[in-house]
Design a protein around this ligand. Structure first.
Ligand code: MN
Ligand code: MN
Length: 466
């Protein structure tokens, strides 16, 4: 190497592809971890399913429901489930809670189609279910693909019926039809966002009539009869249901070189899974390690299972009570001394749509975990801007642990923007930075990530909580 080359190497922040840095053994480790992640994606297509899976794994790993513990000691592992849709976990540290927590927070809800309260109707030979979309979707992406129905129906007696139909090989699937191109001249002239209307996202669910012809809606009647036989419900019971339509296809390894994962719901289950795997590896940390898997991020984090609710504060207060360290203002002090990674996905640069990204400040698939100092839109509006001091602290953790990372913005200035749960925790006084896996086709039914980045995310969350 010449002197100039040496100087260049020393001074430049060189961007290198992660795959150039791993040996065969590490590649195998990454492949194994990704296979386990793909299994998780196929089992957890909704927030409720993610909570059920998480609870199972936590209990296998000696985590105990915090309500069953009277006293908490360093090394104790606890969790709290908020209404079956969000989970908070903690491994109690050696130092008092007031010295602060190390929090990793992801969300387990994803964009999808929900059923309306009165969904079932019949029209000209078909039965349909009406939907209302959840989160930021491109509506045209949800037609002409196989969809499955997941969720619960609750009767007035409190009896809860779990529904999961369209995933098994011999299950039927459902779909939303689209217009044939031959007759779509008018539709094709519309703006992309107007091509499919929200009120036209109606799920096709049947076509056989039941009984004698004088009955008015015989196909609808047949569907209700079938639902009654299978679930013991009547039409009214659909009012008290939460049924979500998600893509019926499976998450898979992507590419001849098997370097990527394609699957539904990777925003943000890729960060949820890696954060969960991270906390499972924490034994007796110096400071208490906390992992949050939140609901309702995709629709603004509101409601009692969203991050804006005070249920998380109550969980931390419970930790204070049970470590015998609660006193006036203790909770506020805990938050002011805490730090957090808001582990949510980042927009990866897509070469086909490169014009929306600024190449020096974009995340690239395969280049490691992506960090956003701030998000927001139109002059950083509405974002939590991490301080230089905190960014330096995080860089130090990443560099000490040999983790590949990249700092980016969500697209070009004034091109759009986005939000996460970061600001909600930052408003409590916590140091927060967005930190997650870059994704292509975000919010689509089939999102793409790099296996290299998934593994770096796991290493990041683990190192941060340690
Ligand atoms: Mn997200
Ligand atoms: Mn999202």
């Amino acid at each position: 190497m010449t002197e100039t080359e040496k100087l260049e190497k020393y001074l430049f922040n060189e961007k290198k592809c992660g795959w150039d840095l791993v040996n065969d053994e590490q590649k195998q480790e990454i492949a194994k971890f990704s296979d386990e992640y793909i299994h998780y994606l196929n089992r957890c297509k909704t927030e409720r399913e993610a909570v059920d899976f998480t609870k199972e794994i936590l209990e296998k790993n000696n985590f105990i429901n915090v309500q069953e513990k009277v006293v908490l000691l360093p090394g104790d592992k606890v969790y709290y489930i908020n209404r079956g849709k969000a989970v908070y976990m903690a491994v109690i540290g050696e130092k008092p809670l007031e010295t602060g927590l190390n929090i990793v927070g992801a969300h387990i809800d994803s964009p999808r189609l929900d059923l309306k309260p009165n969904p079932l109707y019949e029209d000209t030979g078909f039965a349909y279910l009406k939907t209302h979309y959840y989160g930021g979707i491109k509506k045209y992406q949800w037609t002409a693909i196989p969809l499955s129905i997941h969720g619960v129906i609750v009767k007035t007696t409190g009896e809860k019926i779990n529904v999961n139909i369209g995933e098994k090989d011999d299950d039927p699937i459902f779909t939303i039809t689209d217009l044939l191109p031959h007759l779509a001249i008018e539709q094709m002239d519309k703006k992309l966002k107007d091509g499919i209307k929200g009120e036209d996202l109606n799920l096709l669910v049947g076509s056989i009539p039941y009984g004698e012809e004088k009955i008015k809606e015989r196909i609808k009647l047949n569907i209700l009869k079938l639902l009654n036989e299978k679930y013991g419900i009547v039409e009214k019971d659909l009012i008290s249901s939460e049924l979500e339509l998600v893509p019926a296809f499976k998450a898979k390894t992507l590419g001849f070189d098997r370097s990527m994962v394609a699957g539904y719901g990777q925003d943000d289950r890729v960060c949820a899974y890696t954060a969960l795997r991270g906390i499972l590896d924490i034994e007796k940390p110096r400071k208490t390690a906390v992992c949050i898997l939140a609901d309702k991020e995709e629709i603004g984090s509101m409601g009692n299972t969203g991050m804006e609710s005070h249920v998380f504060d109550t969980f931390v207060a419970e930790l204070l009570n049970k470590t015998n360290s609660n006193r006036p203002n203790a909770l506020e002090k805990v938050f002011c001394n805490s730090r957090m990674l808001s582990s949510d996905v980042d927009a990866g640069l897509d070469p086909i749509y490169a014009s929306v990204s600024e190449k020096n400040n974009a995340s690239y698939l395969g280049y490691g975990i992506g960090l956003n100092k701030y998000t927001g839109a139109r002059g950083k509006s509405g974002s939590s801007d991490a301080s230089a001091e905190y960014v330096a602290e995080i860089r130090n953790i990443l560099e000490t642990n040999g983790i590949k990372y990249q700092f980016a913005e969500l697209g070009k200035v004034d091109n759009g923007g986005g939000g996460t749960i970061a600001y909600i925790l930052a408003n409590k006084g916590i140091d927060v930075i967005d930190c997650g896996v870059p994704v292509l086709s975000m919010h689509s039914p089939y999102e793409v990530t790099s296996k290299f980045d998934i593994y770096e995310a796991y290493k990041t969350y683990k190192a941060f909580m340690e």
